[in-house]
Design a protein around this ligand. Structure first.
Ligand SMILES: Nc1ncnc2c1ncn2[C@@H]1O[C@H](COP(=O)(O)OP(=O)(O)O)[C@@H](O)[C@H]1O
Ligand SMILES: [Mg+2]
Length: 294
């Protein structure tokens, strides 16, 4: 899309979250296409407000596949609640996300994260070749070849029976995401839900099955299991726990639009436990890793 006089221009990386949220909420949604690999209806759109244009994803509630173990609310609402928590922590792990009406009804709208894999090509969903030898933030590698600066999470066999190791980078941006996942009780942190943005940020996407009141944490980011959470993250969690316990804080009422009171209480408890113990949990015995892991 051209950037010319009188035409909308992409919101620059200098835009604040508040500005981005405003565009996502009030802009006109123009559907560009559907992501074929997505399990729910996931539409790539441009959202245009006055002279600003933003790429985004739009997941209409109508396109959600019902899940027996998440009978309350909507997946879209859980995505927005997860964003509100990431934002309240000041961590910016989840791209700006809102709930709004759109061409196919109410749904979640989330800022698109430009990555080396999804830019400069006509269809954002088409896979592109990675440069040889590059190891992603979450990846598979042969046993004995775990790169320096990576943590091994699981030994497995690939589709042709070769042994492989699931690894992730020992990276503070990823560690913060791993802590957020514990708080969110994220049941689906796959490698494909970790995006390394061209802006240098590491972003998490697809938080539709988070925030259940029962333990459902399923993640590939187990590399810090049982370790001490860095002090600056613990301080943020202590602040969040205080806000969630305060009946006057807007965060509780904002969350209550998307998740149940029991789920907010369980979130407050998970936050308090990490703030007080300062320890990452150990993987449960049953299905701790989403499968397939990408
Ligand atoms: N905010 C985003 N920025 C960039 N790509 C995204 C974003 N959200 C989704 N995608 C792309 O769309 C794919 C499907 O989205 P996802 O949220 O995983 O949907 P589903 O709920 O159907 O699994 C992702 O794997 C990713 O490639
Ligand atoms: Mg997904």
């Amino acid at each position: 899309m051209g950037i010319g006089e009188g035409e909308p221009h992409p919101a620059g990386s200098g835009s604040s979250s508040v500005e981005v949220v405003d565009v996502l909420r009030r802009g006109e949604l123009v559907v560009l296409g559907r992501i074929p690999s997505a399990s729910n209806a996931t539409l790539v759109c441009d959202v245009v407000l006055d002279d600003v244009e933003l790429r985004c994803v739009y997941k209409p509630v109508r396109g959600e596949v019902p899940l027996w173990d998440f009978p309350d609310g909507t997946l879209a609402g859980r995505e927005v609640a997860s964003y509100l928590i990431s934002d309240a922590l000041g961590w910016g792990v989840i791209p700006e996300t809102v709930l709004r009406d759109g061409p196919v009804g109410f749904g979640m709208v989330q800022r698109w994260v430009d990555t080396p894999d999804n830019t400069d090509r006509p269809h954002p969903s088409a896979p592109s070749e990675l440069p040889d030898g590059r190891v992603d933030l979450v990846d598979l590698c042969p046993p004995g070849a775990v790169p320096v600066g990576y943590r091994a999470v699981l030994r497995a066999f690939d589709s042709i029976g070769e042994p492989v190791v699931l690894v992730h980078a020992d990276d503070p941006r990823l560690q913060r995401m791993a802590v957020l996942d514990v708080i969110l009780n994220n049941a689906d942190r796959k490698g494909g839900h970790v995006l390394e943005g061209l802006d240098g940020g590491v972003y998490g996407i697809d938080h539709g099955i988070c925030l259940h009141s029962e333990d459902k944490l399923r993640t590939v980011l187990w590399g810090w299991a049982g370790e001490t959470v860095p002090a600056h993250l613990v301080a943020d969690l202590a602040d969040l726990a205080r806000r969630l316990e305060s009946p006057d804080d807007d965060l509780r009422s904002d969350l209550a639009e998307h998740i149940t009171g029991d789920e907010i209480d369980a979130l407050a408890l998970r936050t308090l436990v990490i703030a007080e113990t300062t320890a990452m949990p150990l993987p449960p015995g049953h299905r701790p890793i989403p499968w397939p892991p990408f």
